[in-house]
Design a protein around this ligand. Structure first.
Ligand code: ADP
Ligand code: MG
Length: 397
């Protein structure tokens, strides 16, 4: 089924084909018609399956049907958890709206407000914002909500994990009540459902299982290794396999800086990407990584959501994340849309609990490989797939 069958504005169809999209992904096929009908929707599909276009395209179509740009009056609002994602979603909007006279703005904290305020005065149709900065600007009367026709909560699960629930509810309270509400998430946890229930009493629901999400092939495997050998193993893998690029995830800022230094000692240039670095530096690092100028980027969790690199073939989990969904999000950085990807985790004995939870979440064990010379002295046991963390165990059972 081609994109032209949705009845979208031809300017959008042209922009999509210029981007090289051949056909809609599963979530796009299901969500676009529902949104075009004006229905409220909650939708779940794995990371990297094209959720952004599945709400941006119908929204741009609807906005293109009437032109009513007013100062400080936005017409569509997209809430996102992080600055990086705000920038990324806004980039997509600009690409899709290339042949339409619609404007958009990414609004997030940590940078000067002036430029954002001026853009709102000049007129913004679609505002992509993080909750905190949005409330701040609303409080300052830099943005008004009465012309809003549609709002989106993107990566709702992540926003809740990051503690934005109160901010989101405040925003929902201030928006006109008769607008269209859309919620997108990688997972529909109970927390996400509760949030949806209060704002969207009777939504249309789409949930696409991981195995039919048309998520391109991500080859996953793990290497068992002792904790103190991880950085030597990583250097070995980079050199031995001549990896062109890798996005390497690690738990702490300090760990990221230390690992970058350790790699550099072995002649591998790497950069650390975390919330301790300024927004300007993070933006530059991402651009250089996308352009291939930086080959190895070591990121903490904050990097996981915003990074969308078309050709990224490899994600490395230097540590295993908690909770398990975070693993799914991380490996979703690779194998986006049609590309192939690989996700490699370095697992030591102290990662065993997280490994159990991740493999239980996946519903299968991850293939194990050992690398000669790095066989662990402390072996990592095989996971119990129905593992339940202690605090969630029911004492009656
Ligand atoms: P998600 O929000 O589900 O994690 P994104 O919306 O960020 O995924 O999309 C992931 C990547 O897939 C982006 O690079 C996007 O440009 C690309 N993409 C989206 N839809 C299509 C499509 N129909 N065909 C090819 N590539 C697509
Ligand atoms: Mg997304």
């Amino acid at each position: 089924m081609p994109f032209s069958t949705f009845g979208l504005n031809p300017a959008l169809v042209t922009a999509i084909s210029e981007l090289g999209y051949q056909k809609p992904t599963t979530i796009q096929t299901k969500a676009i018609p529902v949104i075009l009908q004006g229905k409220d929707l909650i939708a779940a599909a794995q990371t990297g399956t094209g959720k952004t276009a599945s709400f941006v395209l119908p929204i741009l179509h609807q906005l293109s049907q009437a032109q009513t740009q007013k100062k400080k009056r936005i017409r569509a609002l997209i809430l996102v958890p992080t600055r990086e994602l705000a920038i990324q979603v806004d980039e997509k909007i600009q690409q899709y709206a290339k042949h339409l006279p619609l404007t958009s703005l990414a609004m997030y904290g940590g940078v000067d407000e002036k430029a954002q305020k001026q853009a709102l005065i000049d007129g913004v149709d679609v505002l992509v914002a993080t909750p905190g900065r949005l409330l701040d600007m609303y409080g300052q009367r830099a943005v008004y909500f009465e012309e809003v026709e549609v709002m989106v909560m993107d990566e709702a699960d992540r926003m809740l994990d990051m503690g934005f629930i109160d901010d989101i509810n405040k925003i929902l309270d201030r928006l006109p009540s008769d607008i269209q509400h859309l919620l997108f998430s990688a997972t529909l946890s109970n927390k996400v459902r509760d949030l949806a229930k209060s704002a969207i009493p009777d939504p249309f629901e789409i949930s696409i299982a991981a195995n039919q999400a048309s998520k391109a092939n991500i080859e996953q495997w793990l290497i068992t290794v002792d904790k103190d050998k991880k950085s030597a193993l990583l250097s070995h893998l980079i050199k031995e396999n001549q990896w062109q690029q890798a996005l390497i995830f690690i738990e702490t800022k300090h760990g990221a800086a230390k690992l970058a230094a350790q790699l550099e000692k072995r002649g591998i240039e790497a950069e650390a990407f975390h919330s301790g670095r300024s927004q300007a530096i993070r933006t530059r690092l991402l651009e250089e990584f996308k352009a291939g100028k930086i080959r190895y980027l070591i990121a903490t969790g904050v990097g996981a959501r915003g990074i969308d690199i078309h050709e990224l073939t490899r994600v490395v989990n230097y540590d295993l994340p908690f909770p398990a969904d975070e693993y799914v999000h991380r490996i979703g950085r690779t194998g986006r849309a049609d590309a192939k990807g690989e996700a490699i985790s370095l697992v030591s004995k102290d990662n065993f609990k997280n490994l159990c939870m991740i493999e239980s979440r996946l519903g299968h064990l991850i293939e194990r490989r050992e690398v000669a010379g790095f066989e662990p002295k402390k072996p990592v046991p095989i996971s119990i797939l129905n593992y339940v963390p202690k605090h969630k165990r029911n004492p009656q059972q």
